[in-house]
Design a protein. Structure first.
Length: 242
């Protein structure tokens, strides 16, 4: 091999190495972007969910209280007739649906979609009893349920925002039988959100030791129970208005 041939070979090797390094760096940046996007969108959705449940639970204080909250959400204090702008609720539904769709797309990158991956996961879980892995599996299962049920809920709300209120909501929930949708959705979203917030805290270093992690699991369980109870109580509170 001549000197020129050696120089060309070395230059080619350096180019391939540089290209490989750039691809790996881009891959790491892409992975980091996915992690940040999944965590951020998940936290936003969880906070919205809990805020939404608190607002809906105003029915526990009576029909007038919920009517006031509904009017506040529709900015009724800005309209001359006091009826507000129901389309604002439709925009919120579209925004939440879009954010949830992005969250699902990012989360799909980490799910065991193939049969081979699912069998490997089942084998690992049978051999190693790891609590956080089991929580992740429950989060994946509830995520699938939410993916199926949430669009229906958003459509029902977004397509008829003017019906939100004691009588309209009660009619939809009990007379139209939508409680059959809301009950599994309530249980799924609460479990999914609480596990998600817990895993985000673990991922980004909030719980660095086992004692802190154990305390956070207890907090997660308390949050889930509290909001499920609030949700169930709110559904039952609509019965007198049906």
């Amino acid at each position: 091999m001549t000197i020129n041939d050696s120089a060309i070979a070395e230059s080619t090797t350096n180019t391939i190495t540089t290209t490989s390094t750039k691809i790996k760096a881009q891959g790491r940046r892409w992975t980091a972007w996915l992690d940040i996007s999944q965590s951020l969108s998940g936290v936003i959705l969880a906070l919205f969910l809990w805020t939404h449940l608190v607002l809906v639970s105003s029915i526990l204080l009576g029909g007038d209280a919920m009517s006031w909250v509904a009017g506040l959400m529709e900015l009724s204090f800005l309209s001359s007739d006091g009826h507000g702008y129901p389309w604002i609720v439709s925009l919120i539904a579209i925004g939440i649906g879009t954010l949830a769709f992005i969250h699902v797309l990012v989360a799909l990158q980490k799910l065991p979609l193939s049969l081979k991956q699912q069998l490997a996961l089942r084998k690992q879980m049978s051999a190693i009893k790891h609590g956080d892995t089991q929580l992740w599996v429950w989060q994946a299962i509830t995520g699938v349920i939410i993916f199926v049920l949430l669009p229906v809920h958003l459509w029902l709300i977004g397509s008829a925002p003017e019906t939100i209120g004691p009588s309209g909501s009660a009619n939809r929930i009990w007379n139209d039988g939508v409680w059959l949708l809301y009950l599994p959705l309530l249980l799924s979203v609460e479990l999914h959100a609480a596990i998600g917030i817990y895993r985000v805290a673990i991922k980004w270093g909030v719980a660095r030791d086992l004692n802190t992690r154990a305390r956070m699991k207890k907090i997660k369980n308390i949050i889930s129970v509290v909001f499920v109870v609030i949700g169930l109580a709110s559904l039952l509170a609509f019965l007198p208005y049906a």
